[in-house]
Design a protein around this ligand. Structure first.
Ligand code: HEM
Ligand SMILES: [Cu+2]
Length: 582
């Protein structure tokens, strides 16, 4: 059936076309980012000016902002929902589900995903889980408030804080739905990459983007289901009197709870068995897309192609066995702490190799600083800064001091905030012309980049120092602590920087919408890149290749080959015109 015959609803709403589904995820993710970002701004306002009245917020949150003043309980639900939304409903949607869906089939030379109908189902399950998560704001008592890690007993006892009631139940349901959807689409990715590649597209000719999605999907499929089980067990603890995560002797509001025999430690293991690999599920695609973008703006082949793919695999495997570095202060056996420290240090090796390969891919190239390239280079900077902080946190002895301080907040924002955010933007500026047939505005893009990177360093590098000085995280106000008084100026500075950051993202939204309608026409291959999607019309039709599928003759990064007339050689150019090197 042609696109026209399908009609609007089946073309754009209940579509089985991987490209439309990818765009649906991207738009949903950005809508959620708007919510998550607004929550972050409210938190920062409270930290910089604790107890001040913000009348206009009362209308939106009559309970949490009664009289315009934020309650401590509401602050904690903001922390919880901001973290949850940013990690699972923004970056996961846009970068992993959005670009994964869009890019995998067009880059491997397939007409669609292996299971297009399942793909559509995954999207709608994901959309439903986002709705359930948002509904938590409207629950009596307000949104979930046990942190994005949902540690029991706070999350297990419905009377613990206002958000522990229906809000927390909805949070758990939403997470279970989210993981279910994510697992289905991970299986779809794996099946597609393994079985749908065009003739000639061996695994060693895949673009590094596809490699990164492959490893990310394998890690996701293995690591996520245990949390679904855990979420269901927690629901049982909350509503059916089981005690998986609750120990003996809990007394809440003078009442002795009947639970016995469980332990919150079990939840911590199950949560971080997902939680840590999730970081790699998000970061690997960010690293992957950057390896596709760098060569297009340096006009030279990727440095260390096979080594990079092996490093993805190594990171994927090692990433599954280091979750305990989030639990150094849980009272774990010191020998376990030693094991988790050592394995965490081992992961820095493939990560550092990837960093070196990125620099090697830039080194000596004829660099063009277009917006996607700026974001790609910014990612390298963030990866370095964030990785450096991780070395301290990965050592049990240092972490005992730094745990649950703003040092941690600074570190993880560089990694799962910054690296993934810059990877996401790099991808958007780079593939926007393919998706919508128009270029994005370069000037606005560059302002967006510089404002973002300067604000981001101001916020999160400063937070490292605020944390070193002992400021705990997830606290509602710091006015009662004399030893933190010297930090107040820095806290206010961070809040101002956060507003700059927010404003820059609105500028991006303007650029996105304006370019959709008015951007310069893009043509088939505006960046003069080599991978298969750049041979398709912009935007590509349903089914991607109208005639026969392409035959792949070479690897994905043949730039500036000696015999070629142009400085790039597409993957379908055969050996008779330019010799095949890979
Ligand atoms: C410039 C934009 C952002 C600002 C200003 C910001 C601000 C904050 C603040 C103030 C907290 C609470 C810290 C605490 O008291 O523990 C926080 C927590 C968090 N943020 Fe962000 N954030 C931003 C972007 C992001 C992004 C892009 C992500 C992820 C992709 C993210 C993920 C998280 C997570 C996971 C938490 C932890 C929540 C918790 O402790 O339970 N943030 N952020
Ligand atoms: Cu970790």
């Amino acid at each position: 059936m042609t696109d026209k015959e399908l009609g609007f609803v089946r073309r754009y709403i209940f579509s089985t076309d991987h490209k439309i589904i990818g765009i649906q995820y991207i738009l949903t993710g950005f809508l959620m980012a708007l919510v998550g970002g607004a929550l972050a701004m409210m938190m920062r306002m409270q930290i910089a000016w604790p107890g001040r009245q913000w009348g206009f917020l009362e209308a939106l949150f009559p309970n949490g902002m009664a009289g315009g003043i934020m309650t401590p309980e509401f602050y904690i639900s903001l922390v919880t929902m901001h973290g949850t939304i940013m990690v699972f409903f923004f970056i996961s949607y846009v970068l992993v589900s959005g670009f994964g869906n869009y890019l995998i089939p067009v880059q491997i030379g397939a007409r669609d995903m292996a299971f297009p109908f399942l793909n559509m189902l995954s999207y709608w399950l994901a959309a439903l889980s986002a709705l359930v998560m948002l509904a938590s704001f409207f629950a009596p008592g307000g949104a979930a408030a046990a942190g994005w890690t949902a540690y029991p007993p706070l999350s297990a006892i419905a009377s613990a804080v206002p958000g522990s009631g229906l809000g927390q139940t909805l949070w758990l349901l939403a997470m279970a739905l989210f993981i279910f959807s994510f697992t289905l689409s991970g299986l779809n990715y794996i099946a597609t990459i393994l079985s749908m590649r065009a003739p000639g597209m061996s695994m060693w000719r895949l673009p590094l983007t596809v490699w990164s999605y492959f490893v990310s999907a394998v890690v996701g499929v293995l690591a996520f289901p245990p949390l679904t089980a855990a979420a269901i067990m927690l629901l049982f603890d909350r509503h059916f009197g089981t005690s998986f995560f609750l120990p003996d002797g809990l007394v809440v509001a003078g009442e002795h709870l009947p639970h016995q025999g469980g332990t919150p430690l079990l939840w911590q293991h199950l949560f971080w068995f997902l939680g840590h690999p999730e970081v790699y599920v998000l970061i690997l695609p960010a690293l992957g897309v950057v390896f596709d973008i760098l060569p297009a703006f340096t006009r030279k082949p990727v440095f260390g192609y096979r080594m990079t793919a092996w490093c993805y695999l190594a990171i994927g495997a090692l990433g599954m066995i280091v979750w305990g570095h989030h639990m150094f202060v849980s009272g774990m056996n010191p020998y376990s702490g030693e094991y988790f420290s050592i394995m965490t240090m081992v992961i820095t090796i493939p990560s550092a190799i990837i960093g070196v390969n990125m620099l090697g891919s830039v080194w000596g190239g004829s660099i063009r600083l277009k917006t996607p390239m700026l974001f790609a280079l910014g990612l390298i900077a963030f990866f370095g800064t964030g990785g450096f902080g991780g070395i301290f946190l990965g050592n049990a002895t240092a972490d005992i001091q730094l745990h649950d301080t703003y040092f941690v907040v600074g570190h993880f924002h560089f990694m799962i905030g910054g690296v993934t955010l810059l990877g996401t933007y790099a991808a958007i500026y780079f593939w926007f012309p393919k998706m919508f047939g128009r270029m994005m505005n370069e000037t606005l893009g560059k302002i967006h980049f510089w404002a973002t990177i300067v604000a981001f360093y101001s916020i999160f590098l400063t937070q490292h120092f605020i944390g070193l000085a002992g400021t705990p995280r997830r606290y509602y106000a710091f006015i009662d602590y004399e030893f933190l008084a010297p930090m107040r100026g820095m806290q206010t500075f961070v809040t101002f920087a956060a507003f700059v950051m927010g404003a820059a993202q609105l500028l991006f939204a303007v650029n996105f919408c304006w370019s959709l309608l008015k951007g310069r026409k893009a043509g088939v291959n505006p960046w003069r890149a080599t991978t298969l999607e750049w041979t398709l019309p912009s935007p590509p039709p349903h089914g991607n290749w109208t005639g026969e599928l392409p035959t792949v003759e070479r690897w994905a990064y043949e730039y500036s080959a000696d015999e070629a007339e142009e400085d790039f050689t597409g993957q379908t150019v055969d050996a008779s015109s330019v010799p095949v090197t890979f």
